[in-house]
Ligand binder design. Structure first.
Ligand code: UFG
Length: 329
């Protein structure tokens, strides 16, 4: 039986597909290529190109493929864009998940690992953030992800469905060897932007605000390698296959780095003089987001293989140096 990966052509989805295939799993990817890349899909996976909101299409997939479990990445995931276009997020994220869960129920598929986010917490009262912390999303992206979690909770209460929701902090890095990496069109994420300055495709990085309530005034985030996230999905799948119960689990390294520290790390890893200027705050950015990763250790037996920021940046740099135009390189 196969693992269905909606969003398997996107950044975290495509890296997880590589990890699944490496473990000997049979993988079916479904992706509408809105933000995904065909070149990111592992050649050993079967690609169904289409939209999870299209129920007849998804039904046909569930009839033709024998699906054991779903690892669900298909969603719009940009905080800033979600504030501008909230209904796009409700449509793709919430409605898409509703259709997916309905098809899973129709075809007796009862296990789902879900791609959630630290954005469900909003501005936390304290760090590190426990899974029991209040959830007060500060944008439609986090709000829709929280509502998707609630949808799974209620469907699970009414059926055999079981889920693990993984709340990622800041994903970064690339698959070793350079086959795939991070390539968002209109990149908004810090590490790719800084490394695009290093590879000469961007003149400078703007540091969004230096008056936050943090040691150096710039925002603090918890950066985790994308292949560590991928491994956590495999552990979550194992948990569900072993009959484990529903879980919500943070995924971070439990250590925070400021924007300035990230820029400095990129300078030392690349050996490039990366130009950085300070600009105004970006709306909706919390001062600090750092995960408590205890639950991931306790429930899933997770431990990060690449916890150091300089190693993570070196991994991302391998991709950005060799692919200055991403998958078009
Ligand atoms: N930043 C800059 N300059 C840039 C880009 C980013 O200073 O050009 C700063 C941001 O203001 C923020 C930090 O770098 O303080 C990290 O920003 P990212 O955009 O890389 O990541 P976010 O923390 O905003 O978002 C990430 C994921 C989201 C998720 C969120 C959860 O991309 O999907 O973590 O907190 F919702």
């Amino acid at each position: 039986m196969a693992i269905l990966v909606p969003g398997g052509a996107g950044y975290i989805g495509s890296h997880t597909v590589y990890a699944l295939i490496d473990q000997g799993e049979d993988v079916v990817v479904v992706d509408n290529m809105q933000t995904g890349h065909r070149a990111a899909v592992h050649p050993g996976a079967r690609l169904w190109e289409g939209d999870i909101r299209h129920e007849a299409f998804l039904d046909e997939l569930f009839v033709k493929e024998k699906i054991d479990a779903v690892i669900h990445f298909a969603a719009n995931s940009l905080v800033g864009e979600s504030v501008q276009k909230p209904l796009d997020y409700y449509d793709n994220n919430l409605y898409g998940t509703m259709v997916l869960l309905r098809c899973m129920a129709k075809h007796d598929v009862d296990k789902i690992v879900f791609s959630s986010t630290a954005a469900t917490y909003g501005n936390p009262d304290s760090v590190p953030i426990l899974e029991s912390a209040p959830t007060r999303p500060a944008n439609p992206y986090g709000e829709t992800k929280l509502a998707m979690e609630a949808m799974m909770k209620w469907v699970s209460a009414a059926s055999r469905l079981r889920y693990v929701s993984l709340r990622y902090f800041n994903a970064c890095g690339a698959l070793e060897g350079g086959a795939i990496g991070e390539d968002h069109r209109n990149e908004t994420h810090l590490i790719p932007i800084v490394l695009q300055v290093a590879n000469g495709t961007r003149p400078e990085v703007t540091i969004f605000g230096n008056d936050y309530n943090t040691p150096d005034g710039t925002c603090v985030r918890d950066y985790i390698h994308v292949m560590d996230l991928a491994q956590a999905h495999l552990l979550a799948l194992k948990h569900l296959r072993n009959g484990g119960k529903n879980e919500i689990i943070n995924l971070g390294n439990g250590v925070g780095f400021s924007v300035k520290e990230v820029v400095d790390t990129c300078r030392s890893v690349t050996g490039k003089d990366i130009r950085a200027v300070t600009g105004p705050r970006r709306p909706g950015d919390p001062d600090q987001l750092v995960a408590s990763s205890l639950r991931a250790q306790e429930v899933l037996g997770f431990s990060a293989g690449m916890p150091r920021l300089d190693d993570i940046v070196a991994s991302a740099w391998e991709w950005h140096r060799s692919h200055p135009r991403g998958f078009d390189s």
